[in-house]
Design a protein around this ligand. Structure first.
Ligand code: ADP
Length: 724
């Protein structure tokens, strides 16, 4: 389950139940005492106050001893049925629904909630219906079914607004915000979170304030507004002191610590992660324990204390394994891979990178499938709505026509009796009516047209998501690539093994010759050993380069899309590539040309990924124009050019060079992983394959035009509108 949902579910669950609000000052013991006082009265089991108190107790036990709640609620159910006490029945069913939600048995939970809802609606128990709709919203959000969750939260909100139940209004509004948040609709999330918080503040509703501050804090954190995020999180921390909600405290500490880490305040980050860890251990939430251990690993790696980082990362992964938490397993393996990389342990780094990739792929696939399912649900929903509207419009028109006809019959009868003037006036009236009905029809048509457009947008969105799904399936085939990599590494390893075996034999031979005093032979053998040693070194470096290249692949999936200035990015990386090259070889000079279309504006991309693509293209271009790779006589002026242009709803980026060009027989192979014509140490053959994947993941295309001996142009086309 997504962590955010988990957290939201917990906060909102408590928020949503006015029963809880009434009962929150009553402990389980005091409720039991109250119940004992009832038992001394005659016929107490038919007393609705007694039944209400039993339900309060049932609610209290839902989190602490779920099975007790079930037994208790079944009993209340029987008693309520005997006296036709419907509100009590609905509450008891709702408590059982809650238990199954706590146990993550969502289908069972939904069936109890819907039974409860049916009774509440049939008998006008509105407060109950509001609570139940809200709780159903929570279950759907736990299931990742966001349209259904929103539907139910909005129903709850409607009822609660009608009744003026402010805590309930705050909770459902907050729930709606949380759904928008997990869907990445940050603007809507912000609006609803702020609305909920305002109400909670107005009535000093503590749990509402706590949820509001921490949710808005997290929202700002996700958007990189660290100052705002800290402001809200510190407020949330203050409220947790009053509510004593330690889980919320652990959540807030973890976020605050991550902010300190991002700000480079490593000491503060360590102290705060430690606090998060302590609270998490105290309340037994392994999610936050793992989160803070992985966070500490991150900080220690930034401080280059790789030993401590290693210990924390391993602990974090172990904790996450205990709760099978995929997201944390992904993050833990990612950081562990980087720690091993920093320690120079390539094979371990590669092993954990592979695990990271597997977890990341499984999350991506799941999320994309879920998104596709949600979009499909939205699509079906709007289709139904349109159909209903169209049917209604047809019926209205039919009705109008029929009534007009009837009027006509009456009018003609009257016409026989009354004067022509009366007839004329009636005709006039009937025309007016028809005009009106036509107008109505026109309006309805417009409405249908609007709905159709929305539907088309949803469909487009759905298609884009489907193509993303296909893309992530392709990513899954990266697993197959592993076989290729194993093969690639096996080859240099074979050399290393063979040459070192030969060297062992040569050394034995050399010892013998030394004992025999044949120093001439010894010298020859020593030379052989040295040659072999060089080969071992050469092939070792090849394996190293392959692993490094793969690690570069591993970083490609981190990062978020943001509106970016593609011209500035292209310019920046061009200079970066050129100066990087000149730092290695200051005798190298090339002409840099740029031609940017200033009308492009910002486009939605992951800037560091597109930056990596550009860097690869530039490096290849500089390599191609660099003598001796390009042999074009003494007047040759190496040149690399980048240009951008807006074409319709696409942006085209061209990277050209006047270098060696690519021979026709290998053009088809250059995008394949590991294809390189460069000598060992200078190329891994991953640059273009990586670039191809990144551009595809952006919904774009990369192509090449080249003439051998004259030069090469790589063309990238990216959609200007976010296709995902
Ligand atoms: P690498 O650069 O590590 O070899 P790439 O995937 O970046 O791997 O490129 C693969 C091959 O494509 C290169 O080895 C080279 O043969 C060819 N290539 C790429 N860009 C150019 C270019 N601008 N000019 C000539 N050849 C190129």
């Amino acid at each position: 389950m997504n962590r955010k949902l988990f957290c939201t579910a917990i906060i909102i669950c408590f928020l949503c139940c006015p029963v809880f609000l009434v009962a929150q000052n009553k402990t389980i013991d005091s409720l039991r005492n109250i119940l004992t006082t009832y038992t001394s009265q005659p016929d107490f089991e038919r007393d609705t106050n007694y039944l209400n108190t039993l339900n309060e107790l049932g609610f209290k036990y839902a989190y602490l001893a779920p099975d007790t709640t079930i037994v208790l609620s079944q009993k209340v159910l029987t008693l309520c049925k005997q006296i036709n006490y419907f509100a009590g029945e609905a509450e008891a069913l709702k408590n059982i629904g809650l238990v199954f939600n706590v146990k993550s048995e969502y289908n069972k939970s939904l069936s109890y909630y819907s039974a409860a809802l049916k009774i509440a609606l049939a008998h006008g128990y509105k407060t109950g219906a509001g609570k139940i709709y809200h709780n159903i919203g929570i279950v759907y959000s736990n299931l990742g079914k966001y349209p259904e969750a929103l539907d139910n939260y909005f129903e709850a909100l409607k009822i609660r607004e009608e009744l003026g139940e402010k805590p309930g209004i705050a909770s459902s509004t907050n729930g709606i915000g949380a759904i928008y948040f997990v869907q990445g609709k940050y603007k809507e999330a912000d609006t609803f979170y702020l609305k909920a918080l305002k109400i909670a503040e107005e009535i000093n509703f503590l749990s509402g304030k706590e949820a509001g501050y921490s949710n808005i804090g997290e929202l700002n954190f996700r958007q990189g507004n660290y100052t705002e995020a800290k402001h809200y999180l510190l407020k949330a921390l203050d409220v947790t002191k009053e509510t004593g909600n330690k889980e919320a405290k652990a959540f807030v500490f973890t976020l605050l610590a991550s902010i300190y880490n991002k700000e480079g305040k490593y000491n503060d980050a360590i102290v705060t992660f430690q606090q998060a860890k302590e609270v998490a251990i105290e309340v037994g939430t392994r999610e936050y324990l793992s989160r803070s251990q992985i966070g500490l690993a991150e900080v220690y790696l930034a401080l280059k204390k790789t030993d401590s980082a290693l210990v924390y990362a391993q602990e974090g992964i172990k904790t996450a394994e205990g709760i099978s938490y995929t997201e944390l397993l992904r993050d833990g393996n990612e950081i562990l891979s980087r720690i091993y990389e920093a320690k120079g342990l390539g094979m371990q780094a590669y092993y954990h990178y592979k695990l990271f990739k597997q977890f990341a792929d499984s999350i991506n696939n799941l999320q994309t499938e879920q998104r596709a399912a949600n979009l499909a649900a939205e699509y079906e929903y709007s289709k139904k709505e349109i159909q209903l509207k169209a049917d209604q419009a047809k019926k209205d028109l039919e009705f109008q026509r029929k009534s007009t006809q009837q009027w006509w019959i009456i009018f003609s009868a009257l016409a026989a009796l009354f004067t022509a003037l009366v007839v004329a006036s009636l005709i006039y009236r009937s025309r007016q009516k028809e005009k009106h009905s036509n107008q109505l029809l026109h309006q309805q048509n417009e409405e249908i047209e609007k709905q159709k457009n929305t539907l088309q947008l949803t469909l487009k969105d759905l298609k884009a998501t489907q193509s993303q799904l296909i893309q992530s399936e392709k990513m899954a085939s990266l697993g197959e690539l592993t076989a290729g990599i194993a093969h690639e590494i096996q080859n240099p390893l074979n050399f290393v093994n063979n040459f070192s075996e030969v060297n062992a034999e040569l050394i034995a031979e050399m010892k013998e010759e030394i004992e025999n005093g044949n120093y001439g032979e010894v010298k020859i053998i020593a030379t052989d050993i040295a040659v072999n040693e060089q080969k071992i070194n050469h092939h070792g470096k090849r394996a190293d380069a392959i692993v490094k290249g793969m690690l570069q692949h591993s970083r490609s999936s981190i990062g978020v899309k943001e509106p970016s200035d593609i011209n500035a990015l292209a310019d920046e990386y061009l200079r970066l590539a050129y100066h990087g090259l000149r730092a290695k070889d200051n005798s190298f000079n090339a002409k840099l040309e740029t031609d940017f279309d200033e009308g492009i504006g910002n486009i939605n991309i992951i800037p560091q990924d597109i930056g990596r693509v550009l860097l690869n293209l530039y490096n290849n271009a500089f390599y191609a124009v660099k003598p001796p790779n390009s042999q074009k006589g003494e007047h040759y002026q190496p040149s690399v050019k980048v240009s951008t242009k807006k074409i319709g709803d696409k942006v085209e980026i061209r990277v050209s060079d006047n270098g060696s060009g690519i021979p026709q027989k290998i053009v088809d192979k250059i995008f394949q992983p590991f294809f390189t014509t460069k000598p060992t140490g200078q190329g891994t053959g991953l640059g273009l394959s990586l670039s191809y994947d990144i551009v595809k993941a952006h919904g774009g295309e990369i192509t090449v035009e080249t003439t051998e001996g004259e030069g090469t142009t790589f063309i990238i086309q990216l959609p200007t509108q976010d296709a995902l």
